[in-house]
Design a protein around this ligand. Sequence first.
Ligand SMILES: [Zn+2]
Length: 196
Amino acid sequence: MSFNLVRISSSTPTTPIFSNLLQPLRSPSRTFIFSISPSNRITSTLVNHQRKRGFRSGIVAMAASSSVNKSEEEWRAVLSPEQFRILRQKGTEYPGTGEYDKFFGEGVYSCAGCGTPLYKSTTKFNSGCGWPAFFEGLPGAIKRTADPDGRRIEITCAACGGHLGHVFKGEGFSTPTDERHCVNSISLKFAPANSS
Ligand SMILES: [Zn+2]
C-alpha cells in the first residue's frame, strides 16, 4: 500500500498541500495540518501560526530593550556603587580624577549603563576643566534637560536616561560648535577604533 503526495488544486490560494497521509495517527498534534478541511478551517490555522510568530518576536523585542529599561533596583544590582551614584542619582565625580579626563585615544565612548555609543573621540577636546569634554554628541544619542534651577542644561543618555553631566555653550572654545559637553568619566566606556 502506498500513498502519493498530492496537491489539490483550487481556485483559492490558501489551500495547502495535503501530504503524508500515513502520519496523522502517529502524531496527532500535526493531524490538523494534513487533514482535508474546508478552506475556512485552513485559514484559521494559518492565522494561529502568524499569531504565534508575532508573540515570539514580541519577546525578542522585550529582551533587547531590557538593557535600557531597568528599575532603579535593577540598575543598583548591575552598576558599581559609584556608577549608580553618578548615572542614576545624578552625582558628579571629583574633578581631575576621571579615567578619561586626560585621555585622547581614538575610538568611541559609549554609555557605561547601557552601551549605547554617545561620543566619537574626534569630538573630544582638552577643556582643562577636570572632566572629559566633547563639542558634539552622536546624532540623537544625547538628551538635554534644563536643571530644576534653570541655570544649567543636564545631558543624559537618550537610551537609558543615565546622567552624563552638563552642556555649556558660548564659552569661547575654538571648537566647531562652541559647546562643551562636560561628562563624568564614569558615565562612559571607551572602545578603541580598531577593537571592532
Ligand atoms: Zn545609556
